[in-house]
Write a protein that binds this ligand. Structure first.
Ligand code: NAD
Length: 493
C-alpha cells in the first residue's frame, strides 16, 4: 500500500491538473512506498498566482512581530512532529533515521531564529551631502520566491530558504527533488495550523526538466533559491539571468580536509570520518579530499582504516547502523562508476570499493565506506564530486603545499584544518578559498552563521542575519524639507 500525496496550493490539497503521479522508492528496500503528484506548468501557474495574491494580501498586512509569531509556531510544530517528519524523510532518502531526526529537530531552530528577526529588519538614516533633504533606507520583500532543492536533505535545505524568505515578508513556491518530495508535503500539513495565510507557502512536486523552466521564468517570481548539482545550477542561473530574476545557487564541493603532523590525530580521524561517511558522503560539504602531511601519512591512514572497519552497514532505521544506502539508483551507479575511475587512474583502494549485497543489505544500494590512497590532485577522483562514501587521500609537504593543493580545484565550499598551531590555523583559514573553514572540527553548521561557496560552489549565502537581506530589496527614500522646488532652468554650482 503506497501513500498518495497531493499538491499543496493556497492552503488546499489539490490533485495535479494533468492527473499524473509518480512513485517514490525506498532506497533500502527498493520498493515504491509513496505516490507523488507530477505537477505540470498549469499547477506551477496556480501556485504562483496564490503566492502573488498572498504577497499583496493578508501576509503584507501583518507586522513583523505578527509574522514572527507565526514562524515561531511553525518551528514549534516541526519540533512536535519531528519524528513523523524524520520517518518520512529517512524512508525517502535512505539516510540514517537517527541522523535525519537530529536534522529535523534542528530545522525548527531555523524558524525560531528567523522568527525573532522578523521585527528587527531595520533600514538606516543616511547622512546626505545636500542641504534640506532627509534620506533613509527601508527593506522590502522581493516578492514570490521559488525554492528548488535536492534529495539529500530536503527539509533542512528548504528551511534554509523558507525561514529567511518568510521572515522578510516574501511568499513561496517550493519544489523539492523528485526523489524526495514526501517530507516537504508532510511539512506543508503544518503550514495552516501554524497560522500561515493561504498562498504564503505552496509546494509543487515534479521533475525539474518539466516544471523548472516555468518556476524560474514565471512573471510573478522575483527570486530563485536553488540548491543542487553543478549542471542544473548553471541552467537555473542562465535562465534566471535571461529573465533578470534574483538568484542564489548553492552547488557542490570537493572539500579538502587537511591534517598536519602536530594535530591531535585521534580527533582528526574522527573528524575526517564524520566529514566523509556521515550521510554516506551525500552532502555538499563532504570532506572528500583528505590531505595528510607526508611524515604522518602511513600512520594516519592506518588509524583511519581501524575506525572505518567498525562502521556497520545496513538498514537505516536500525539504531546501530552507521552506513545506509545511497539515496537513488542513478546516484548509486554514479558512485560505483567513480570507484572504477579511481582504480583505472591508478589510485589504490585500501578500504571498501564494493557494493554490499545479500541478507541485511536490502536492495543492494549500499556502498561500503571506501578509501583511496596514492591519489594525486590531477586525478578525477581528486577533482570531481562523487557525492558518496568515497574518500581520496593525498599527501602534502608543508603549509604552502597544503594551501596550493587545497585551492587547486574549481570548488570552494568548505575546508577543514587539523593542527594545534594557532599560526597555521590562522594562516590556512585566511588562504583557503572556501566559504567555510573548520579548525579542529568538521561539518558544523548553524542558523546563526552564513554558509555558501566560493568559485563553482555557487553564488550566495544562507544562514545568519544577512540571509534575510538576500530576500529583500533595499529602497532609498529622499524627503525634501525645502518648501519650494528651485527653478529647474537655473543651475546652482
Ligand atoms: P540536481 O541538480 O539534480 O537537482 C536539484 C533540484 O533541481 C531538483 O529539485 C531538480 O528537480 C531540480 N532541477 C533539475 N534540473 C532543473 C532545471 N533545469 N531547472 C530547474 N530545476 C531543475 O541535484 P541533486 O542530484 O538532487 O543533488 C545533489 C547535488 O546538490 C550535489 O551536487 C550537491 O553537492 C548539491 N548540494 C549542494 C548544497 C549546498 O548547500 N551547496 C547542499 C546540498 C546538496
Amino acid at each position: 500500500m503506497t501513500t498518495q500525496y497531493n499538491l499543496f496550493i493556497n492552503n488546499e490539497w489539490r490533485v495535479p491538473q494533468g492527473g499524473k503521479w509518480f512513485d517514490s522508492l525506498d532506497p533500502f528496500s527498493g520498493e515504491a512506498w509513496a505516490s507523488i503528484p507530477r505537477a505540470g506548468e498549469q499547477d506551477v501557474d496556480a501556485a504562483m498566482e496564490a503566492a502573488a495574491e498572498a504577497l499583496e494580501g493578508p501576509w503584507s498586512r501583518l507586522s513583523g512581530s505578527e509574522r514572527g509569531a507565526i514562524l515561531h509556531r511553525l518551528g514549534a510544530l516541526i519540533e512536535e512532529n519531528a519524528e513523523t517528519l524524520a520517518v518520512v524523510e529517512s524512508r525517502d532518502n535512505g539516510k540514517l533515521y537517527s541522523e535525519v531526526l537530529g536534522q529535523v529537530r534542528y530545522v525548527s531552530k531555523y524558524f525560531y531564529y528567523y522568527a525573532g528577526l522578523c521585527d528587527k529588519i531595520q533600514g538606516a538614516v543616511i547622512p546626505i551631502d545636500k542641504p534640506k533633504v532627509f534620506n533613509y533606507t527601508r527593506y522590502e520583500p522581493m516578492g514570490v520566491v521559488a525554492s528548488i532543492t535536492p534529495w539529500n536533505s530536503s527539509l533542512l535545505l528548504t528551511a534554509w530558504k523558507m525561514a529567511p524568505a518568510l521572515c522578510g515578508g516574501n511568499t513561496m513556491v517550493c519544489k523539492p527533488s523528485e526523489f524526495t518530495s514526501a517530507s516537504l508535503l508532510e511539512l506543508a500539513k503544518l503550514f495552516e495550523p501554524a497560522g500561515l495565510p493561504a498562498g504564503v507557502a505552496n509546494v509543487v512536486t515534479g521533475f525539474g526538466s518539466e516544471i523548472g523552466e516555468r518556476l524560474i521564468s514565471h512573471p510573478s517570481v522575483a527570486r530563485i533559491a536553488f540548491t543542487g548539482g553543478d549542471q542544473a545550477g548553471r541552467a537555473v542561473a542562465r535562465l534566471a539571468g535571461e529573465h533578470l530574476k534574483r538568484v542564489s545557487v548553492e552547488l557542490g564541493g570537493k572539500s579538502p580536509n587537511i591534517v598536519f603532523d602536530d594535530a591531535d590525530l585521534d580527533n582528526a580521524v574522527n573528524g575526517v570520518i564524520t566529514g566523509i561517511f556521515s550521510a554516506g558522503g551525500q552532502t555538499c560539504m563532504a570532506g572528500s579530499r583528505l590531505l595528510v602531511q607526508e611524515n604522518i601519512h602511513d600512520a594516519f591512514v592506518e588509524k583511519l582504516l581501524e575506525v572505518t572497519k567498525r562502521a556497520k552497514a545496513g538498514d537505516p532505521t536500525k539504531p546501530d547502523t552507521r552506513v545506509g544506502p545511497v539515496a537513488t539508483r542513478p546516484q548509486f551507479e554514479k558512485v560505483m562508476s567513480y570507484i572504477d575511475i579511481a582504480k583505472n587512474e591508478g589510485a589504490r583502494c585500501v578500504a571498501g570499493g564494493r557494493a554490499l549485497t545479500g541478507e541485511g543489505y536490502g536492495a543492494g544500494q549500499i556502498v561500503e565506506p571506501t578509501i583511496f590512497i596514492d591519489v594525486n590532485n590531477a586525478m578525477r577522483i581528486a577533482q570531481e564530486e562523487v557525492f558518496g562514501p568515497v574518500l581520496a587521500v593525498l599527501r602534502f609537504k608543508d603549509e604552502e603545499d597544503a594551501i596550493r593543493i587545497g585551492n587547486d580545484i574549481k570548488f570552494g565550499l568548505a575546508a577543514g584544518v587539523w593542527t594545534k598551531s594557532l599560526h597555521r590555523a590562522m594562516l590556512l583559514s585566511e588562504k583557503l578559498k572556501a566559504g567555510t573553514v573548520w579548525i579542529n572540527n568538521y561539518r558544523s553548521t548553524s542558523f546563526t552563521t552564513p554558509f555558501g561557496g566560493y568559485k563553482d560552489s555557487g553564488i550566495g549565502r544562507e544562514g545568519g542575519m544577512d540571509a534575510v537581506k538576500e530576500y529583500m530589496e533595499v529602497k532609498s527614500v529622499w524627503v525634501s524639507s525645502d518648501l519650494e522646488m528651485p527653478d529647474p532652468f537655473v543651475r546652482k554650482y
